[in-house]
Design a protein around this ligand. Structure first.
Ligand SMILES: NC(=O)c1ccc[n+]([C@@H]2O[C@H](COP(=O)([O-])OP(=O)(O)OC[C@H]3O[C@@H](n4cnc5c(N)ncnc54)[C@H](OP(=O)(O)O)[C@@H]3O)[C@@H](O)[C@H]2O)c1
Length: 251
């Protein structure tokens, strides 16, 4: 791999992205990291790999002009973007039925997850078109096929993401741009920063879900990242527009 290759990662301080960041650095990639508020995990890798990392702070619900921020990084570094790994997500920490939902919270989830996906894709795709190459992995969730009671904004926006990848695969195939969605079931993550009620909800949800999973465990970061690495690799020459369920056999 040439040493000017970069991967754009969103939600870059999050659980899954942080795991992926380390793997990408080990493989020799440069990283362009979109983060929101929290920065602690990114700080750890910047301390070690400053010259190979650029960061862009953004709120996907609001920031419209991600493209100029990204263009600036590309111009300054001369990096070429080989892939986008889009992990950012908003969740409803107050888990409510749709009819009891606060409309600002509901809309913010849709804005971050759906409009944010639109915004990052609009920023990255011109680079991919110019190169006539690009691999994109979006993160859905198994809730795209089973729904999520008391999480309708999250499940609706995740289903929309999976459908964006189907549409884009058709639009961008002629530019050699591949786009797929990975939809994992529950992943064991560090949830210490969530509110107590949301942690309790997640714990009960996970315990219940694991009982239904044929492989009897939740997904690991490696289960998800391993698939992502295949999808963005040169070995993936013919798979685009798909949604992959990483659910241990649970339909
Ligand atoms: N964990 C699971 O069980 C699971 C299951 C299925 C699918 N997934 C999907 O996998 C992906 C990664 O999950 P994860 O558990 O690693 O998530 P996570 O740790 O919660 O990370 C989500 C990231 O999104 C960022 N974010 C939140 N609001 C944002 C905004 N307004 N603008 C920009 N960024 C924002 C967060 O930044 P701040 O912390 O700074 O707000 C955080 O870094 C997500 O797309 C998720 O939906 C996860």
């Amino acid at each position: 791999m040439k040493n000017n290759q970069a991967i754009v990662i969103t939600g870059a301080n999050g659980n899954l992205a942080s795991y992926f960041n380390h793997q990408a650095l080990d493989k020799g990639y440069n990283l362009i990291l979109f983060y929101h508020d929290n920065f602690d995990r990114i700080q750890l890798i910047i301390d070690q790999y400053a010259s190979r990392i650029r960061v862009i702070k953004t709120d996907f619900a609001r920031s419209r002009d991600l493209k100029s921020a990204l263009d600036q990084v590309i111009e300054e570094t001369g990096w070429q973007i080989s892939a986008l790994f889009h992990c950012s997500t908003a969740r409803a920490n107050d888990f409510q039925s749709l009819s009891d939902s606060d409309s600002d919270i509901w809309e913010n989830i849709v804005d971050v997850n759906l409009k944010g996906t639109f915004r990052i894709l609009q920023a990255v795709i011109p680079h991919f078109r110019k190169q006539n190459y690009g691999k994109i992995v979006l993160l859905g969730s198994n809730v795209t096929r089973i729904g999520l009671p008391r999480g309708s904004a999250y499940s609706a926006s995740k289903a929309a993401i999976a459908n964006i990848s189907r549409s884009l695969a058709a639009e961008e195939g002629k530019y050699n741009i591949f786009i797929n969605t990975i939809s994992p079931g529950p992943i064991k993550i560090d949830d210490s920063h969530f509110s107590e009620s949301y942690r309790k909800f997640r714990e009960e949800y996970y315990l219940e879900k694991v009982k239904e999973i044929p492989l009897k465990r939740s997904a690991s970061f490696e289960d998800v990242c391993g698939l992502a690495w295949f999808l963005i690799s040169e070995n993936n020459r013919y798979i685009t527009g798909e949604e992959f369920f990483v659910t241990g056999g649970k339909l």
